[in-house]
Design a protein around this ligand. Structure first.
Ligand SMILES: [Zn+2]
Length: 292
């Protein structure tokens, strides 16, 4: 259930101009689906662009339903950069005007299938992925961030060819910084003693694959777990020597707290939709690598 408190920030995020701040008319408008994409786009596009984010703070991207006013706000954007794996993007795509170009940012990601039981994106039917839902959370990995950045660079150059040199310089700087961070995290995680971590919702599948870690998803979506299922999940996590349990406040169930107590792990709140995605990934790596 989408609670009312989420609606206002979403609305304001999309209609920056009418929520008090006058939109700077000198700036070109670009749109993204989620905050990590905004951080990346701002680095590459530079200060002469204004970036709006469709998904508001605290909203669950897998159940989010955009309103009519949000669709209308998108009409100002020259380009809409979509993850291309979230259900709400299909709805927006169908109502975009000719002015707004739809650009998917998932092109260079090896998508993961089968971690998500809800079947909201089953149109990717090829080979052994047939019938399995895509795991959307690719932005929580360096492979995903790289794909987002490259898709953005290409589309920006195509749309604003006069600014190509500036975009390329900014992109190189961004990739340099991102590569250094990835290297640092790789070194840190290579020596982690406990390589299996728990999550309520499987939102770190790409991160786990990237750093050869094991993600153990323990929650159930949209309903409370029975006492028996809870006990089984706790046993499983204990058998796997789980020391850290990542949890998304406001999105994941409060049952994560009970489960964490049973496991005896450390409950760590994360926000994988945060603008400062680097800080989140650093924080996750620190918690996994920390000596127990
Ligand atoms: Zn998910």
């Amino acid at each position: 259930m989408q609670s009312a408190k989420y609606i206002l920030p979403v609305f304001c995020a999309l209609t920056l101009a009418s929520c008090g701040n006058k939109r700077d008319s000198d700036k070109q408008i670009l749109a993204v689906s989620i905050e990590p994409q905004r951080q990346i786009l701002e680095q590459i596009a530079g200060p002469s662009f204004e970036v709006m984010t469709v998904l508001g703070k605290g909203a669950d991207p897998e159940t989010f339903d955009p309103s009519t006013s949000q669709r209308v706000a998108l009409e100002d954007a020259d380009i809409y950069f979509a993850t291309d794996v979230l259900p709400f993007e299909d709805k927006l795509r169908n109502t975009l005007t000719e002015h707004t170009r739809y650009v998917p940012t998932s092109g260079n990601v090896h998508l993961i299938y089968g971690t998500h039981s809800h079947d909201h994106h089953s149109d990717h039917n090829d080979g052994d992925t047939a019938g399995k839902a895509v795991d959307p959370h690719y932005w929580s990995s360096f492979e995903g961030v790289g794909s987002i950045a490259t898709s953005m660079l290409d589309a920006l150059i195509d749309k604003y060819p006069d600014l190509e040199t500036e975009f390329r310089d900014r992109y190189s700087q961004f990739i340099h910084t991102t590569d250094s961070l990835k290297e640092r995290l790789s070194e840190q995680l290579a020596s982690a003693d406990y390589r299996t971590f728990a999550v309520w919702h499987p939102s770190l599948s790409y991160f786990a694959r990237e750093f050869s870690l094991e993600q153990l998803p323990l929650g159930v979506e949209g309903k409370d777990m029975s006492a028996k299922a809870l006990a089984e999940a706790i046993d499983h996590a204990r058998a796997d020597s789980v020391k850290v349990f990542f949890f998304q406040p406001g999105i994941d169930s409060r049952q994560a707290e009970v489960m964490n107590e049973g496991i005896g792990s450390k409950l760590v709140a994360v926000n994988l939709l945060d603008y400062n995605w680097q800080e989140q990934l650093k924080y996750i790596a620190d918690e996994i690598a920390r000596p127990q």
